[in-house]
Ligand binder design. Structure first.
Ligand code: 5AD
Length: 356
């Protein structure tokens, strides 16, 4: 299975790995998902970066040759936040397009930049959660072109157990359909190994992907966050287990997650699949493993170091003590260790699935 997945990945992408810088610009959240470390009811210092701070990250990503910037935050659907973000998206596009015109730093940049002059500067990807269609539309018009919204689980009953009653599986699915209709490149994904999840649920997750037909998949292991209701429940059941048992759990979860990468690659073919950061909480070489089992994208965190500790969606999150330059250099090394090559040529690198 892993060999077939790797063969499919190299057939579409060669040994090239795409990079998207990710800025976790705010941990303010109105949602209360039972598994998440930045849910409304965890005690954590809340921050929101300024427009200038986010722009500085964008310039950094651009200067490093990452073609895409992903802006991620908790959910805050207020008019102020939406207007702020529309302004930020426009500013990033304007600033990085100007930079590209002044002195094209990547003369040999990917085919995108030669064939599609509009694809200059940074592509902006958003991961801001559920919003009204009109707001998604406004973001597209402001210059964003990609949107990541995990369905978290394709099983509506399991969804209900992982979220408060006010959160709706149907509403979330509707958002994904709207994003596709509006014309975004859409990414989705699930958590693997979340309490109550069965292997059948995982099979259905893959069938859900197949049916939705997204351009990108971002899935990762569930990692316990001890301040959350689900984390507490998990610790009650498993907290006392022996070190040997815990080690066995860790290895099993790594396997269970990378099987999902492999199967997603085999079933969906030419989409982008991201090797998520959460894998590193399981194994320092988790991301390399994913890159050899179906993934073709890495998303280095370029959030300023002083804020990283506050965006602990889950515990043992890697890179908390690194700054953006460390993360990028480290990533290049790691990708090479997986026998692949990190592309830092400023290209947007849409997946063939979307280009077609
Ligand atoms: N473990 C792993 N992933 C998590 N996420 C939220 N909480 C956790 C956790 N405890 C994931 C969700 C969300 C993404 C931003 O982070 O899937 O979509």
């Amino acid at each position: 299975m892993y060999a077939v997945a790797e063969a499919a990945t190299t057939a579409y992408f060669g040994t090239k790995v795409y990079a998207r810088g990710i800025v976790e610009f705010s941990n303010v959240c109105t949602k209360d998902c039972f598994y998440c470390g930045i849910r409304k009811h965890t005690k954590v210092h809340r921050y929101t970066m300024t427009k200038e701070e986010i722009l500085a990250c964008a310039e950094f990503a651009y200067s490093q040759g990452m073609g895409t910037l992903m802006l991620q935050s908790g959910e805050l659907p207020s008019p102020e936040r939406i207007n702020f973000m529309l302004d930020v998206v426009r500013a990033i596009r304007r600033r990085t397009m100007d930079l590209a015109c002044e002195s094209p730093p990547f003369p040999s940049a990917g085919p995108n930049q030669r064939d599609f002059p509009s694809q200059r500067g940074l592509a902006v990807a958003l991961s801001l959660g559920e919003l009204p269609s009109s707001v998604y539309q406004a973001f597209l018009e402001a210059g964003a072109s990609r949107y990541l919204l995990r369905i978290e689980t394709s099983n509506p009953t399991l969804y209900t157990r992982l979220h408060p009653a006010s959160h709706s599986f149907q509403a979330r699915r509707k958002c994904l359909e709207e994003l596709q209709r509006i014309g975004f490149q859409v990414g989705t994904g699930v958590m693997v190994g979340v309490p109550f999840q069965t292997v059948e649920d995982q099979a259905n997750d893959l069938l859900f992907f197949k049916e939705l037909d997204p351009d990108m998949i971002g899935l990762g292991p569930y990692i316990v966050q001890s301040q959350t209701p689900l984390g507490k429940l998990w610790l009650e059941e498993h907290g006392e287990e022996s070190a040997a048992k815990q080690e066995a759990n860790r290895v099993a979860l790594l396997e269970r997650t990378t099987r999902m990468y492999a199967l997603a690659r085999i079933m969906l073919g030419n989409v982008n699949i991201a090797a998520t950061t959460a894998l590193e909480a399981l194994d320092p070489e988790g991301r390399e493993l994913a890159l050899r089992r179906g993934a073709n994208v890495v998303m280095p965190i370029i959030t300023p170091q002083r804020l990283r500790g506050q965006y602990e969606i889950y515990e043992n999150k890697s890179g908390i003590d690194q700054d953006a330059l460390d993360s990028t250099a480290c990533l290049e090394r790691r990708v090479r260790m997986a026998g692949k090559e990190l592309l830092l040529d400023g290209g947007w690198h849409d997946p063939p699935h979307f280009v077609r």
